[in-house]
Write a protein that binds this ligand. Sequence first.
Ligand SMILES: Nc1ncnc2c1ncn2[C@@H]1O[C@H](COP(=O)(O)OP(=O)(O)O)[C@@H](O)[C@H]1O
Ligand SMILES: Nc1ccn([C@@H]2O[C@H](COP(=O)(O)OP(=O)(O)O)[C@@H](O)[C@H]2O)c(=O)n1
Length: 667
Amino acid sequence: MSERIPHLDLPPACAAAGTVQLPGSKSISNRVLLLAALAHGTTRLYDLLDADDTARMREALTALGVTLQPQPDGALDVLGCGGRFPNREASLFLGNAGTAFRPLTAALAVLGGDYRLDGVARMRERPIGDLVDALARWGCQIDYLGTQGYPPLRIGERQSVAAPAVTRVRGNVSSQFLTALLIAAPLLGQEAVIEVDGTLISQPYVAMTIALMAHFGVTVDREGWQRFVVPAGSRYRSPGTWYVEGDASSASYFLALGALGGGPVRVVGVGEKSVQGDVAFADALAQMGARVRKGENWIEAAAPEGFDPMGGAAPRLRALTYDATAIPDAAMTLAALALFGDGTSRLTGIGSWRVKETDRIAAMAAELTKVGATVACGDDWLEVTPPATWRAATIATYDDHRMAMAMSLTAFGDCYQRILDPACVNKTFPTYWACYRAIVRPVPVVAIDGPSASGKGTVAARVAAALGWHTLDSGAVYRALAWLALEKGVALDDPAALVALAGTARLEFRDGGVAVNGVDVGDAIRTEAVSCAASRIATLPAVRDALLALQRASRRRPGLVADGRDMGSVVFPDACVKVFLTASPEVRAERRYKQLIAKGFNANIDQLRRELAARDAQDRARAVAPLQAAPDARQLDTTAMTIDEAVATVLEWVRTACAVSDAVRVG
Ligand SMILES: Nc1ncnc2c1ncn2[C@@H]1O[C@H](COP(=O)(O)OP(=O)(O)O)[C@@H](O)[C@H]1O
Ligand SMILES: Nc1ccn([C@@H]2O[C@H](COP(=O)(O)OP(=O)(O)O)[C@@H](O)[C@H]2O)c(=O)n1
C-alpha cells in the first residue's frame, strides 16, 4: 500500500502544457472484469485501470473462484466461468467501490449462494435499498446485516419465482442500480423487463453498460431511457481481446488545467468515439471559452484566445450555467473551474453527489468557500461566485479522490493551497500527482541565499528588475518582527509572545518596501541593533513557522526572486534556480560599512566585522534552517566580482534553468 502523506502544498501555478496518457477508465474496467468473469471463454484485457476500486473487484472475483492471469505484456487474462461462479460461499470486502458493489450484489443475488458483501464506513452510508427491492422481486434472497437499506448485505439462495413482467427501479438515485440489474439479467435464464421510474440520471453510464454487454454477446432492447428488455436465452461470451479506454472523468482535470494554464494539454486514451459520457465535459469547457480539439483517441484543451501565461492575474473563463445530470463526476471539475468564471456559475442536476464517496455538494461548498468563493447550494444544485481575493487554504478531501483532483485546479488562483490526504486519489488515479507535476508549471522562483552582506539583496533586486519579477527580502520579514518586538518590549527569547505578535501585526512586503501596521519601516529595520535582534528571533522554530506563509505569499505571477538564508532549502525547495552567494568576511564587512555610511548611519568597521562574524556563526549553528548551501544550490563567490558580473551570472543560470529566455530583459 502506498504511503499516506498528510498533505501536499501546491504552489501557485502559472502555466500548464503537455500530454497525459490517461489511466484506464474505472467504469469500463470494473464492468469488463465482471462481464469477462461471467462469460464463456477467456478474455484478454488490456489497459485496465490499476487502482483501489479495480483492486477490490479483482480481489472479489478471485474470492469467487475466478482465475485471473496477468500476462507478461501487462494484459490480464480472465478465465470466464460461464455464468456460474465456482465458489458458492464468500465474504467480500469492496472498499468504497460502488462500481464493484452494486453489480456484484445483483449478479450474486441472481446466481444465489452464501455471500456477504461489505465495504468501508462510507459504503455503509450509501443507499442500496432500491436495488435490493428490485432484486427481491426476482426472487433473490438478500438481508441487511446492519442498517435497513444499506450495506453490509447477506445473500442467500434465490427462490425460483417467475420474474414479474416488469421490474421497476427509480432512476434518480444511482444509475448503478440499473446497470447492476442489466448486467445480472442474463443470469436469470428468462426474459427480464426493467422500467425506470422518473428521470434517469447519468444516462451515459447506462449507455456504456449496454454497449459493453453487446460486446460480450448480450443485446439489450430499449425504448428510450425508460424501458429495457434483456431477452430470454441471453448468455455472455468473451469477445477475445478487449482494450479499455482511458478514463474520461480523469481527463477532465487535465483539460481544465490546459484551459487555465495556456495549454495545450492533450489527453490520450479517449476521443470523439468514446463510450464514456464524461467526454461531454470538453463541450462544457468550450462553453467556458476554452479552445478544445478532438481526435479519435485524444482531446486537447487550451486557454481562450489572448491568454498571457506570464500576465499577473489569475486566468479568466466565462461563467457557466449547466445541467450536469448526464456527467455528475466530471461536473465536480466544472465546480472548481467556476472559481475562474467571469461571474456566477450554476450547476444543476447534481443531486446524486449527495450519496457518492462523500456528500459532494456539502464538501464542494465548504472547500470552495475556503479559497474565497461565495457558494450557494441546494438539494441538487450549486452556485459559485469566484473569489474577489484568493485565500490560501487547507483543503479537506473527505477520502474522495475527485475532491482532491478537482481542487488541484485552485493552484491557478493566487496562493499556495494545501491539499489534505492527497493519496486519496489512489481510488482511481494513483499517479495523478505525478501527471499533474509533469504538465503544471508553478510560478518560478529564483532563491538567493548566503551570509550577511554577500550582496544577496542587491543581486536579487537587479535580477528581478531584469526579469520583471517580484522580490522577497526575507531578511526584512525577520527584521520587521524584531523591530516590532523591540518597540513593544517583547522578549526576544519568548517564542509564544513573538508568534502572537506576528499574528496580530500587519506585516507588508511589497517589492522592496516594508511596512508594519501601515508604518513604513524600510530604514528603521536596517540598524545593527535590529540585525542582531533579527538573527536571535530567527533561531526560534516557532517564529520561523509563523513567518513561512507570509514569505510564500510573495510567490506571484510572473515570478519571484527571493533572498535570505533558507529560500532554497525550506521556503521554496522547488525553486528553479538556487544560488548560494558568498564573499570573504573582510569584503563583506567593508561592503556593509560603506552601505551604512551611505545611509547616514554611524559605523565602526572593526565592530561590524565582529558582529557580522557573530551573526554568521549564529545563523550557521542554529538547529532549524541553518545558513548553508542547499545541495542543489550553485555557489557564487562575489569577493572579486562587480555587481554587474554577479547579476549577469545569475541571469544566465535563470535563462537556462527556468526557460524564460523571452521574458528576460537584460541591460
Ligand atoms: N559584487 C557585489 N555583489 C553584490 N553586492 C555588492 C558587490 N560589491 C559590492 N556590493 C555592495 O554590498 C552591499 C551589501 O549588499 P546587500 O545586497 O545588502 O547584501 P545582503 O543582502 O547579502 O546582506 C551593497 O551596498 C552592495 O551594493
Ligand atoms: N531567510 C532568512 C532571512 C534572514 N534570516 C535572519 O534574519 C537576519 C537578517 O537577515 P538579512 O538578510 O536582512 O541580513 P543581512 O544579510 O542583510 O545582514 C539574518 O541574520 C538571519 O538570522 C533568516 O534566518 N532567514
